[in-house]
Design a protein around this ligand. Structure first.
Ligand code: SF4
Ligand code: SF4
Length: 71
């Protein structure tokens, strides 16, 4: 069975740099319409297609993303 995963994004740590979006192989992250307390539109997880690769978490300069892997 393929490795699957999911992520959580801490809205208030996000600075909307979009690095996580640029590296996600599943296009599972986008910029949300909401605004966090710093005034940024935070990234959000949009699909149940995460493979748990953790690239988004590795590149995030704010350490805002946690990855959970499921088998
Ligand atoms: S862990 Fe990988 S597949 Fe999942 S959202 Fe992050 S970059 Fe995309
Ligand atoms: S890489 Fe981190 S700070 Fe940048 S948009 Fe994604 S969650 Fe936000």
């Amino acid at each position: 069975m393929a490795l699957r995963g999911r992520i959580t994004i801490n809205d208030n740590l996000c600075k909307s740099c979009e690095l996580c979006i640029s590296v996600c192989p599943e296009e599972a992250i986008r910029i949300s319409d909401g605004i966090n307390y710093k005034g940024y539109h935070p990234a959000e997880f949009i699909k149940d297609m995460c493979r748990g690769c953790a690239l988004c978490s590795i590149v995030c300069p704010e350490i805002a993303i946690e990855v959970y892997r499921e088998r």
